[in-house]
Design a protein around this ligand. Structure first.
Ligand code: BGC
Length: 466
């Protein structure tokens, strides 16, 4: 095993590392958050500056930047912190609120620019390769080699964490973004089965509406709208076309009738969500569903963990199924933590952490609290609930049934993702916006992206080797 290193040499790092950098941290975080409106006064978890150790000496405190701030997410993060403490490594929390890491991504950039990268950070999907390309991430090849990650990781996960043959992230869990949650009492009362197609969904929605219950809990927050849209594209066309649209970003795919139908369907579904849903956080959407204010909800399975916080019991109070039209597919988001190399003072602790995160017991326990499933092919399905078992089994069928979530950075780089989300949101908000115009605007965006890049490094184009 070679010595720990980072992709690209020290040049990139020394360009951004500066003296007195810690003084800037608070300013940068506060400015980034205020600018992007992600954090209200007092909401930001204090970032504890670790005592500055002389270069070269080992340090066992690791600052971890992440966006797990809901009550269930906190419990899952606390489990990691406790396990880490058991190994003599202190987890210094730097949590940034904002679903899907919209705020965290921006804060991370600000901090790195200020020369104050955290030792560990939640960056997921294509972002791993984006940061890897800058040469800032610690190669975790020693940890991966020592425990032979290759032998048990799902190939898609393996792909996500590998860049230029180096392991640049430690994977924690897989979320299924095409999950339908339904209220069992309401469905029993109406003698409804969970809808398997969007037509069945309409029929169930009409019955709920007639009962005076809002059919679908949905927010108009841009990333949540785009999540619904990617679900609709997958249902309409399957994973192959989905990748044409979101991974290869083909202008022809944007103009395709299948995209038109997904956009039309988005408008119909908006009608089932009260016509003009407010911009609610995902936790608020979950709360409303838990209170019985809506009969169904489509969200990543992190919502399952949060439903537990509202004392909702799976298979009793609510059911979990694949979203309509996509029951045999897996729209995934894989959570990963990467490490910044810095001056290598933290390597020992960072490698220890990476190995701990991948251990069979951490994977099993963390994912029970988090709502996802282990990244390991050898995980024990006996430790999973019915929802998790279905997710893990379908994901295990491989690339043909998998679709990388665009919203959760699995398909495209961050800038392209933000632009696509904004476009879909613009269409969603304005009921008079013609479908054809939305398609043309998406096609124009794709042409622009394809001019500036030949596809994002690390994009989950499962048809292509890396
Ligand atoms: C992450 C999840 C998280 C969710 C909501 C996703 O991008 O993969 O871990 O719970 O966002 O913030």
């Amino acid at each position: 095993m070679g010595k720990a290193a980072r992709t690209g040499g020290d040049a990139a790092w020394s360009r951004i590392r500066g003296a007195g950098r810690r003084a800037w941290v608070g300013v940068v975080i506060a400015a980034a958050c205020a600018f992007h409106g992600v954090v209200g006064a007092g909401q930001l978890t204090a970032v504890q500056a670790s005592p500055v150790a002389p270069p070269g000496s080992a340090s066992s405190g690791l600052q971890v930047l992440h966006w797990w701030t809901s009550s269930s997410e906190r419990k899952a993060a606390n489990l990691l912190a406790a396990r880490l403490a058991g190994e003599g490594v202190q987890w210094q929390d730097a949590a940034i609120p904002g679903g899907a890491g919209i705020g965290a991504g921006k804060v991370l950039k600000g901090r790195v620019l200020a020369g104050d990268a955290p030792e560990v950070t939640q960056i997921i999907g294509v972002s791993v390769a984006e940061w890897g390309e800058m040469g800032l991430l610690l190669e975790l090849d020693n940890a991966a080699g020592a425990d032979n990650w290759n032998s048990f990781l799902f190939p898609t996960v393996q792909n996500l964490i590998t860049y230029r043959k180096h392991t640049l992230a430690a994977p924690l869990g897989i979320h299924r973004v095409n999950t339908l949650f339904y209220n069992r009492a309401l469905f029993a009362r109406l003698k409804l089965a969970p809808p398997r197609t969007w037509n069945e969904f309409d029929a169930a929605a009409a019955r709920l509406q007639a009962l005076g219950v809002q059919p679908l809990a949905q927010s108009s927050e841009p990333w949540q709208v785009a999540t619904l849209f990617e679900n609709l594209v997958l249902a309409e066309s399957g994973p192959e076309f989905y990748r044409e649209l979101f991974v290869r970003r083909s202008p022809q795919a944007a103009a395709d009738p299948r995209t038109a139908r997904a956009l039309q369907r988005l408008r119909i579904v908006k009608g089932w969500a009260n016509g003009a849903p407010a911009e609610r956080s995902w936790t608020e959407v979950v709360r409303r569903f838990a209170r019985g204010e809506a009969g169904m909800m489509i969200m990543g399975d992190w919502a399952k963990a949060e439903l537990g916080e509202h004392r909702m019991v799976l298979d009793q109070d609510y059911g979990c199924a694949g979203a309509p039209g996509s029951g045999q597919y897996h729209l995934y988001s894989v959570d990963t933590l990467s490490m910044f190399a810095g001056d290598y003072r933290h390597v020992q602790a960072q490698e220890k952490m990476a190995r701990l995160l991948l251990s069979a017991s951490t994977q099993a326990d963390f994912n029970v609290l988090k709502g996802g499933v282990p990244v390991r092919r050898d995980a024990d399905p006996g430790r999973m609930d019915s929802c998790a078992r279905a997710s893990w089994t379908i994901f295990g069928k491989g690339a043909a049934v998998q679709a990388p979530s665009m919203v959760h950075r699995m398909a495209v780089d961050e800038a392209s993702r933000d632009a696509i989300i904004a476009e879909v949101h613009r269409y969603f908000i304005d009921d008079r916006a013609p479908v054809a115009v939305a398609q043309r605007r998406l096609a124009a965006l794709f042409r622009l992206f394809n001019l500036t890049s030949q596809g994002a490094p690390g994009a989950q184009n499962t048809d292509r080797g890396r």
